[in-house]
Design a binder for this molecule. Structure first.
Ligand SMILES: Cc1cnc(Nc2cc(F)c(C3CCN(C)CC3)c(F)c2)nc1Nc1ccc(F)c(N2CCCS2(=O)=O)c1
Length: 308
């Protein structure tokens, strides 16, 4: 028996699960809502004296996309991840008997990276962006060792733990690649964030570590888009999207990508990052894209060259 009243029990799936008792989980405020469900800030306060730990609790919203066993899969996937650059899983909380289940995670106070970038444009510099990029890269490298394909890598799904640490979050769309294949083909492509999708994901719903690398290139663009940028970047990005018209946005986007159109380099973006790193991530053929370990080394080299 552990000293704190959070029991360690073996769940049916034999993963060690940490059970949070609902009566000690005190709701504080909402953090976010989406088709995934909702995430709330709570304090797990078994002693009832407000000395308990702040946690982020993701409640399942069983709708057309996510079903209870999808949620159970997300819980199982998150519970075995141990990496400084991935949001920490704390446990689960069952309410209404075992009817509904919530995912309990560590609480990161600064919120999503996209929100952080929008609210801190004036005091973020390329050095900090490169540090964040290298941390995301290391987190993705770790996921790859477990054959996890994230499928939704975007600044909105990265969380900021402190002024100098970001973590990958939201494993709602993550899939594990079967050992006999190098990619995962999705049957129901839900609400697809095509702006972050590699061409093969748009055209064939095909996802791999190399399609995650493409999305990482978009995250690099997001990082440097807000960096030292006075104008309101949101408007510019919308303009980019608005003039995409035609039978369907995804077909049009797939065509212009095939004709070698790419996102324009953000202003003030160091050339080594834009004309080099992003371009490598956006190679049309997925086998020409670098792996996350190579990207990580290149980013470290740029950081060191910035020191000198
Ligand atoms: C696991 C976790 C840990 N810490 C945190 N901290 C956190 C701290 C914050 F101040 C905020 C905001 C900041 C801005 N003001 C206005 C409102 C609160 C915030 F949004 C989050 N959030 C977590 N998860 C989470 C929360 C909320 C989410 F919408 C999503 N998602 C979004 C896309 C899919 S998603 O499910 O990943 C994940």
């Amino acid at each position: 028996v552990t000293q704190n009243p959070v029991w360690r029990v073996l769940s049916p799936s034999q993963h060690e699960q940490t059970l949070f008792e609902e009566r000690h989980l005190r709701y504080i405020s909402p953090l976010g809502k989406g088709n995934f469900g909702s995430v709330e800030l709570c304090r797990y306060d078994p002693l009832g004296d407000n000395t308990g730990e702040l946690v982020a609790v993701k409640k399942l919203q069983p709708n057309k996309q996510s079903t209870v066993d999808d949620f159970q899969k997300e819980v199982n996937m998150l519970s075995i991840l141990h990496c400084d650059y991935i949001v920490k899983y704390r446990g689960v909380c069952y309410s209404m008997g075992r009817l509904s289940m919530s995912l309990v995670m560590e609480y990161l106070p600064y919120g999503s990276l996209i929100g952080y970038l929008e609210n801190n444009q004036h005091n973020i510099n390329t050095r900090r962006m490169l540090l964040f990029a290298s941390q995301i890269c290391k987190g993705m490298e770790y996921l790859q060792t477990l054959r996890y394909v994230h499928r939704d890598l975007a600044a909105r799904n990265i969380l900021v733990a402190s002024e100098s640490l970001v973590k990958i979050a939201d494993f709602g769309l993550t899939k594990i690649i079967p050992s006999d294949k190098e990619y995962y083909r999705v049957t129901q492509p839900g609400e697809s964030p095509i702006f972050w999708y590699a061409p093969e994901s748009i055209n064939e719903s095909r996802f791999s570590h190399k399609s995650d690398v493409w999305s990482f290139g978009i995250v690099l663009h997001e990082l440097f888009f807000y960096c030292d940028n006075k104008s309101n970047p949101k408007r510019v990005k919308k303009k980019l999207l608005i003039n995409i018209h035609g039978p369907s946005i995804s077909m049009h986007l797939a065509n212009i990508l095939k004709n070698n159109w790419r996102l324009p380099s953000p202003p003030h973006c160091p050339p080594k990052v834009c004309s080099n790193l992003m371009r490598q991530c956006w190679a049309y053929n997925f086998d020409e894209r670098p792996c996350f370990s190579s990207l990580g080394n290149q980013i470290e080299t740029i950081i060191l060259s910035q020191l000198s």
